[in-house]
Design a protein around this ligand. Structure first.
Ligand code: RP5
Length: 172
């Protein structure tokens, strides 16, 4: 499996991503049906000038793909993984168990209002954390902001863009 290039984006049929440099954030979705949840997150990352990729890999339907992605993520230059899933949402935890990168989990409301996914993601055993966001679109946007905050620790440009982003929120 090659994770580089446009293969998965073409597969998804998603609009062209602003990706001038190698991705620093990897957004992994448990299903194509999760795509609408991350639109705001994508816009936020673009506004903050953070390169990202979108990949579909399911902890249950394509576990080998998830494993390969987690194992290769750091070597490929990714700094943060955002994992988005609904129902028995094992994806963020399974990724976190196989990479040293920080994993941010976003529960999707596919059933039970998303409470099932929230609890699946947040209740990690000690030693393997997943930074768990709110359910749905707001959580996905916050995942993008959280990823930016992590990157900002070593990137003054991202820190400055985040400062402006927050000023804009206050203004609004
Ligand atoms: C999860 O189950 C996905 O993350 C999605 O939120 C939910 C439903 O998936 P589909 O049946 O729509 O593929 O794996």
């Amino acid at each position: 499996i090659s994770w580089d290039g446009c293969y998965f984006r073409r597969d998804i049929g998603f609009r062209a991503l602003k990706r001038l440099s190698p991705p620093r954030v990897g957004i992994v979705l448990g299903s194509k049906s999760d795509l609408p949840v991350i639109e705001g997150a994508q816009k936020t990352l673009e506004e903050l000038g953070i390169s990202y990729e979108v990949v579909i890999a399911s902890a249950h339907r394509t576990p080998e793909r998830v494993r390969e992605y987690a194992i290769e993520a750091s070597r490929r230059g990714l700094k943060v993984i955002i994992a988005v899933a609904g129902l028995a949402a094992h994806l963020p935890g399974v990724l976190a168990s196989q990479t040293e990168l920080p994993v941010i989990g976003v529960p999707v409301a596919a059933a039970l209002g998303g409470l099932d996914a929230l609890l699946s993601i947040v209740q990690m055993p000690k030693g393997i954390p997943v930074a768990t966001m709110a359910i749905g679109k707001a959580g996905a946007i916050n995942a993008a902001v959280m990823a930016a905050k992590i990157l900002a620790l070593g990137d003054p440009q991202v820190a400055e863009r985040l400062r402006r982003y927050r000023a804009k929120l206050a203004e609004a």
